[in-house]
Ligand binder design. Structure first.
Ligand code: SF4
Length: 330
């Protein structure tokens, strides 16, 4: 059996906050025991509210932030043991705001071909051929080679960012809200481009998104994050039709939110997202959960396996715990 393309095993990342002279230092657990498998060709979406830990997890997957504990493997090899340049060739990011991620003083040609120069790949004429090929693939006319980012539209700039990410043919692409800074009219063009490129180049994506309509459109699996943990993970179709975790239900109820970056409106859950420095006891979702019992505030739920490698973390689905829940409630 071959190893998954990407595997995270019980990965955690904590930060110490409070650096003032008189302020007490506290620990913020941004990612807490995350285990994930991403198979080649998958599009795994990480969803959850701001502050749930998905961007921290993405930085660790990119090798830009070390894990406090646990291991991340790329094709069975610990990411921490892969030389920085090699990892940058094999794992590439596509960020939310294409304008801020492109150097305004460089031409489009220079921006897209920068990774080839950094990695010293090909003679100049070979690089030119690779540049033109990737521009063609992402739908950028060759005449843009000498243009600057401010001469392009938002959608075209995101195509430049995608071309730069893919020119080295990475094994894994981390897409951080790749369309949320774009006009609605061009969002679907970029999503369709990402899907076409996945097919054509055999890419694997980890997609970070608040927008469940985007997730439903392109993800093959969805991992729902809450306060640093993945509370439910399953195939996309199953998640949208038979989700089990109460937090996933709340997320799905927010699909029709007109502002894609809003996440879950507070009204869906009654109270605000808790302070990650002082998370609730037991199941950290319990203060907002409509199904919480006394036991939920005492004991953290364990991972309950479902079909096809899916799982949910909730006492409701734990046959052993259900007995205990009744006895606690009695
Ligand atoms: Fe709600 Fe309890 Fe399940 Fe947590 S464990 S999601 S509080 S029912």
């Amino acid at each position: 059996m071959t190893a998954p393309l990407l595997q995270s095993n019980d990965v955690s990342r904590q930060f110490t906050v409070g650096s003032g002279l008189f302020s007490k230092k506290q620990t913020l657990m941004a990612v807490n025991g995350v285990s994930l498998n991403v198979e080649k060709g998958d599009v795994l979406a990480l969803v959850g509210e701001s502050g749930c830990g998905k961007s921290t997890l993405a930085l660790m997957l990119l090798g830009l932030l070390p894990a406090s504990s646990g291991t991340i493997l790329l094709n069975g090899q610990p990411v921490s043991s892969i030389p920085r340049l090699e990892l940058a060739r094999r794992v590439q990011p596509i960020f939310q705001d294409p304008y801020s991620s492109l150097n305004p003083r460089k031409t489009i040609g220079d921006i897209i071909s920068l990774p080839l120069r950094v990695h010293n790949i090909g003679a100049p004429e070979e690089r030119q051929g690779m540049l033109e090929a990737i521009m063609d693939l992402v739908g950028l006319p060759k005449r843009y080679v000498t243009n600057y980012p401010n001469q392009l539209s938002g959608g075209q700039r995101q195509r430049v960012a995608i071309a730069r990410a893919l020119i080295m043919r990475p094994e894994l692409v981390i897409c951080d809200e790749p369309t949320s800074a774009l006009d609605v009219s061009v969002q679907s063009q970029i999503l369709n481009l990402l899907m076409d490129l996945r097919e054509e180049l055999g890419l694997t994506y980890v997609l970070i998104s608040h927008n469940l309509a985007v997730v439903e459109h392109i993800a093959t699996r969805v991992a729902v994050m809450y306060l640093g943990r993945i509370v439910e993970e399953r195939e996309t179709d199953a998640l949208f039709t038979t989700a089990e975790h109460p937090y996933t239900h709340a997320l799905l109820a927010s699909v029709l939110t007109p502002e894609p970056r809003l996440g879950i409106p507070d009204s869906q859950l009654g109270i605000e997202f808790p302070n990650p420095i002082d998370p609730p006891s037991g199941c950290t979702f319990h203060p907002r959960c409509p199904h919480a019992t006394d036991a939920c505030g005492i004991r953290a739920p364990r991972q309950i396996p479902r079909e096809d490698g899916a799982f949910v973390e909730c006492h409701i689905y734990d046959d052993d715990e259900a007995v205990t829940l009744k006895s606690v409630a009695a």
